[in-house]
Design a protein around this ligand. Structure first.
Ligand code: GLU
Length: 174
């Protein structure tokens, strides 16, 4: 069972708060972990296979991203092996939308095929990666996050929970 956490606050504590939240979700079981943080230079996504300590070590090496908001995930793989690439968060093709996901998108293969025909490329083997791609396509049409998410959800079958951030909306978590 995976875990999702989101944080938004007034101080630049997002990475610490999200890492602490993920550690409280460890008991649920997971195979990889990742975070996406709004930093002054854009959204920073970091993810690693294995235990949370691997992610913490990686962040210590590259320098903890500092930010006011972000999302985090512990993954229990259903589609695609446990790996750095398959770990969440996942980006949209244009890097405007970042998603963490708990659950399964049953019709992901069909949606992925449609997106590939439309010109998208995918980096992971997950069902999840289609989600930011679809949301970003709708978002480009009317620049409204809520509308884009609800249009995307109408295309997806399955049971799932999502955490979503938009590059253009650094003060909002969905
Ligand atoms: N189906 C997604 C995956 O395999 C999410 C799994 C989960 O709930 O952690 O990446």
């Amino acid at each position: 069972m995976c875990g999702i956490i989101g944080y938004i606050g007034v101080e630049e504590k997002a990475t610490n708060m999200i890492m602490e939240g993920l550690s409280k979700l460890e008991y649920r079981g997971y195979d990889s972990a990742g975070i996406a943080i709004f930093t002054p230079s854009g959204i920073c996504v970091e993810k690693t296979k294995g235990k949370l300590v691997n992610l913490a070590d990686h962040l210590a090496q590259i320098g903890f991203p500092q930010g006011y908001a972000g999302i985090g995930h512990t993954r229990w793989a259903t589609h695609g092996e446990p790996s750095d690439v398959n770990a969440h968060p996942h980006w949209s093709q244009d890097h405007s939308v970042v998603v963490v996901h708990n659950g399964i998108i049953e019709n992901y293969a069909q949606l992925r095929e449609e997106l590939i025909v439309a010109g998208d490329t995918f980096l992971s083997d997950t069902d999840t990666e289609i989600i930011p791609h679809i949301i970003a396509r709708y978002y480009r049409e009317q620049k409204n996050p809520v509308q884009a998410i609800s249009q995307a959800i109408q295309r997806m079958r399955g049971s799932y929970a999502l955490g979503i951030i938009f590059k253009d909306h650094p003060e909002e978590l969905y």
